[in-house]
Design a protein around this ligand. Structure first.
Ligand SMILES: Nc1ncnc2c1ncn2[C@@H]1O[C@H](COP(=O)(O)OP(=O)(O)OP(=O)(O)O)[C@@H](O)[C@H]1O
Ligand SMILES: [Mg+2]
Length: 278
């Protein structure tokens, strides 16, 4: 008989030996991963490592092929995901691609409270509209509220999408490559905003997916390093983010620096070699 254990309500994400398999190929796993209430995680790894797939499971969009996945004290497969999803905020390229270009920014943020994309003709309650403005302010995007989504720059879109993901006051905030496509200034602005959010004790637990250690906001606490669907390392950020682990994950010799709470990586120069003559 199957043993049914109760999910731990203090674990927002509690994956035990989860795998995701498609067409006979294992894309992710086996992965065991726990995220607690006040933790801020970064998930790092090269293209195709399985980061988005894992994040989609954390968003209750994908079920594991094997293993057990508990989210917010509920078990995937035994809970109505439509009840779970409003408790989880998600910003990703897939979410962005579903937003109509002519939707007004304030409407697209406030409509998240109704968990429906594109319902721009709704009449919203004043209290929802106020919260939408607050969330836009948190991301430094309140001045964009009357604009349509299609007119925003890439950096402005990213910030609006995160404001939208925060609208439902989620317990878990999932960000898939929030800084992709941003220029240096845009990236730094976003990293600072996310750093402020990470420092806010009332902010939800956060999981941020990226390829770049430079995009890890100060205040992030934990890291999960993936390579070809498998875990290279996980735990406290300072323990996991080492030149050795990054070199393993990215299959090349990486040098890593930490300055003022931020991380910087580059390919390591060969040591002890002779200077090359032209
Ligand atoms: N439905 C599917 N069928 C087959 N393969 C898939 C499917 N979805 C994803 N994959 C494959 O799974 C692997 C992991 O994909 P995933 O999008 O999770 O990676 P990622 O780490 O987010 O990559 P990137 O950094 O490029 O965004 C990739 O090799 C991808 O091609
Ligand atoms: Mg991805």
């Amino acid at each position: 008989m199957e043993r049914v254990s109760q999910p731990d309500p203090d674990l927002l994400i509690d994956f035990s030996d989860v795998t995701i398999r498609r067409s006979g190929r294992t894309l992710v796993g086996p992965v065991s991963w726990q995220v607690e209430l006040d933790e801020r995680w970064v998930v790092l790894g090269p293209n195709g490592a399985g980061k988005t797939s894992l994040l989609r499971m954390a968003a209750a969009e994908l079920h594991p092929t094997s293993g057990s996945a508990n989210l917010l004290g509920e078990t995937l497969g035994r809970v109505d995901v439509n009840e779970l999803r409003p408790r989880i905020g998600m910003s990703s390229a897939a979410v962005a691609s579903r937003i109509p270009v002519d939707e007004k920014v304030s409407d697209l943020v406030v409509s998240a409270g109704y968990a429906v994309l594109g319902r721009w003709r709704e009449r919203y309650e004043d209290i929802d509209t106020e919260r939408a403005v607050d969330m836009l302010e948190t991301l430094g995007a309140e001045h964009l509220s009357e604009r349509t989504y299609g007119t925003l720059s890439e950096g402005e879109r990213k910030r609006v999408l995160i404001a939208r993901a925060l609208m439902t006051d989620p317990e878990l905030l999932l960000l898939d490559e929030p800084a992709a496509g941003l220029d240096l200034g845009g990236r730094e602005e976003l990293v600072e905003r996310l750093g402020d959010l990470a420092a806010d004790p009332d902010a939800p637990a956060m999981v941020l997916v990226t390829h770049h250690v430079e995009e890890i906001p100060p205040g992030f606490t934990h890291a999960l390093l993936l390579k070809e669907g498998e875990v290279v390392g996980q735990g406290l950020l300072g323990d996991v983010l080492t030149a050795k682990n990054l070199s393993n994950a990215f299959s090349q010799s990486i040098a890593l620096d930490r300055v003022d709470g931020r991380w910087f990586a580059r390919r390591a120069r060969r040591s002890g070699g002779h200077r090359r003559r032209n």
